[in-house]
Design a binder for this molecule. Structure first.
Ligand code: ATP
Ligand code: NI
Length: 601
């Protein structure tokens, strides 16, 4: 698959605001809605200066003129008033009332939601039960009751509609606020001494704003409809003033003799509401950051690969894994942003290669590219080749690639708690890993799972197999992760920081286990870490990664003894317990003595 054309031509660094606008315009329905609204809006703004007849002047002689009658493009109503003039003036009133009600409901409802969600506890309970009571009434009935109490009239209809819509805002905003109020950045703001109001205004509100805008854009259409409903029943606009609902109500009596009197305002209501709604949906899609980043668009099973990537020969003969000139990155609204560039690696059977670099240097993206596991969208492999033996993974069919996952190349991830299913016993999960690639009976599978758990050093494996992930310690969970990786006898294991979440002693034992397994099964191990101590412990060779590129590679001992790149030296300097004692401290001193020379390297 290749890059969509509009993304290819787009220069990077385009402003976020502009790209939101583009996203909105890419949605045809939303764009059409916007165009319709702009046209209607302009007509309404121009109403006072347009050469229209007075909407309220009756002319009994001209009653019920049909559409396209002389002097009356949309005909006249039962009192001889010009329909076009009444339509435009009426739409003005309806829209103004609808938007005013939306604004009032948004301000009050959001304030309630913010306070309830932020305060929590009893305040939340009290406020939300009040909101629940409002919601328990059918809302048009509630609006009717409010207008009945206040008396008919446009302003009262406006209040009634605003009140019945407050719950929508309050509930939406409260839900989001509730999640935000317990997040670390809010705690941090509180700890920094900000008052509650300041925290709400500067930390919470900006994050809630999109929700408010979305709710507004999706309810504004309804509010116009509700205004029309109340006016239709005679509770809103009072004669002779026109609004869309009252025009509809007055036209009802002539529905059969002069249908245009009710159809014209009806069409206008339809047009207004539907364009508001499609525009609202478009705005919602653009504002939702999850939709924008493509996280909610279901990622494909395999990373998208450029159709026009170059051809690269595998590196050293007999490599288990050979990555050539890999360029993987992410498609965003601003274009393709590479995360790794021209990465080449070779991994021999039975060898352990350490891939080291600081956070964000592109280690995981490299590792995930191997089996096409970078989620697309937005992930995209733009160039390079990845050979398993002498077969190019990127040229494999999807089915073959998916079949190779776990059976030829297996992954071990950093935190097994997130990759293990919380609701299944671990034994069953190992069985599932076996069942994904091997056909065997249930009993046999169970035996094999227990054997694997024993192999990775889970004591009492047979009993432990019935335990759930949360009943295991972090080290044991990682052992289960390793057992699952071993389940189908892969040739290559890619371990992405498998020990980072563990304490030093457990880490040492897991490393020992990995090394033993690797020797015993002649596994090729690609070991990702940011800790040179770990590399020294287990890897034969090491590749140092920085900003998406490999800056240095060589046998571990050699790189440790004489790092060529300043960045490598700095990474090594981060490891105090390499067993180098004085020499090590000397090296740090040396580094600090020559900051200038280092900067030049
Ligand atoms: N889904 C994504 N969308 C956009 N950019 C991404 C995405 N995932 C990763 N990146 C970018 O790719 C780059 C490399 O990330 P990667 O996860 O490979 O780093 P890493 O070296 O594994 O770091 P760590 O040690 O923290 O795991 C980062 O700059 C990151 O911002
Ligand atoms: Ni990573």
């Amino acid at each position: 698959m290749s890059v969509p054309v509009e993304l290819q031509v787009e220069p990077a660094g385009i402003s976020a605001r502009l790209s939101s606008w583009r996203l909105l315009m890419n949605n045809r329905l939303a764009a059409a809605g916007l165009v319709a609204l702009v046209l209607i809006g302009m007509a309404m703004l121009l109403v006072p200066v347009l050469p229209l007849a007075d909407p309220d002047v009756t002319a009994p002689a001209d009653r019920l003129k049909p559409v396209l009658a002389a002097g009356h493009p949309l005909g006249t109503d039962q009192l001889g008033r010009d329909m076009l003039s009444r339509l435009l003036w009426g739409a003005r009133v309806s829209v103004a009332v609808g938007f005013a009600a939306t604004l009032i409901a948004a301000v009050i409802g959001s304030a309630i939601g913010l306070v309830a969600g932020y305060a929590g506890g009893r305040t939340d309970n009290l406020m939300m039960r009040g909101i629940d009571m409002l919601m328990a009434f059918p809302y048009i009935l509630l609006a009717l009751a409010i207008v009945a109490a206040l008396g008919p009239g446009l302003m009262n209809a406006l209040y009634a509609i605003a009140v019945v819509n407050i719950p929508f805002f309050a509930r939406n905003v409260r839900g989001v606020t509730l999640g935000l109020a317990r997040r670390e950045f809010v705690d941090a703001a509180r700890l920094s001494g900000k008052g509650h109001l300041a925290v709400l205004a500067t930390e919470v509100l900006p994050n809630v704003l999109p929700v408010i805008v979305i709710t507004m854009s999706t309810t504004a259409g309804w509010m116009i409809l509700e205004t029309a409903g109340l006016s239709f029943l005679g509770l809103g606009a009072q004669p002779p003033q026109a609004d869309l609902g009252s025009m509809l109500g007055e036209g009802r009596a002539q529905l059969f003799t002069a249908p245009h009197v009710s159809i014209v305002p009806g069409l206008m209501i339809f047009l207004l509401v539907i364009s508001l709604n499609v525009l609202g949906d478009g705005i919602r899609d653009v504002l939702d950051p999850r939709l924008r980043s493509g996280a909610l668009a279901r990622p494909g099973p395999v990373t998208d690969i450029a159709a026009d990537r170059g051809s690269f020969e595998p590196g050293a003969r007999g490599s288990a894994l050979s990555i050539r000139n890999l360029e993987t990155g992410f498609l965003s609204a601003g274009g393709f942003v590479p995360a790794v560039r021209s990465v080449s690696l070779d991994l021999a059977p039975g060898e352990c290669l350490g891939l080291i670099g600081e956070s964000g240097s592109g280690k995981s993206v490299t590792a995930l590219s191997v089996m096409g596991l970078v989620a697309s969208p937005p992930g995209f492999i733009r160039d390079g080749a990845i050979y398993l033996g002498d077969e190019d993974v990127l040229a494999m069919s999807q089915t073959r690639l998916i079949a190779s996952r776990g059976s030829r190349v297996a992954y071990i991830f950093q935190d097994p708690l997130t990759s293990l299913h919380p609701m299944y016993p671990i034994g069953r999960q190992v069985e599932e890993a076996i069942g994904a690639h091997q056909r065997m009976g249930r009993g046999e599978r169970r035996e094999k799972a227990v054997a694997l758990l024993e192999k990775v050093g889970i004591p009492d494996a047979r009993d432990r197999a019935a335990h759930y992930p949360h009943q295991l310690s972090g080290g044991q969970r990682q052992r289960v992760g390793i057992a699952m990786a071993l389940a189908n006898d892969p040739d290559i294991i890619i371990a992405d920081e498998p020990t980072t979440a563990l304490d030093v002693t457990v880490q040492a034992r897991i490393l020992e286990l990995l090394r033993d397994l690797q020797r015993e099964r002649n596994l090729a191990l690609l070991f990702i870490t940011h800790d040179f101590g770990v590399v020294a412990e287990i890897c034969d060779r090491v590749a140092v990664m920085r900003d998406g590129e490999i800056v240095e590679t060589g046998p571990t001992g050699k790189v440790l003894a004489s790092p060529q790149h300043a960045y490598t030296r700095r990474l090594i300097a981060c490891v105090p317990e390499l067993g180098l004692g004085d020499t090590f401290l000397d090296r740090i001193e040396h580094l600090f003595k020559q900051p200038k020379a280092e900067a030049q390297t």
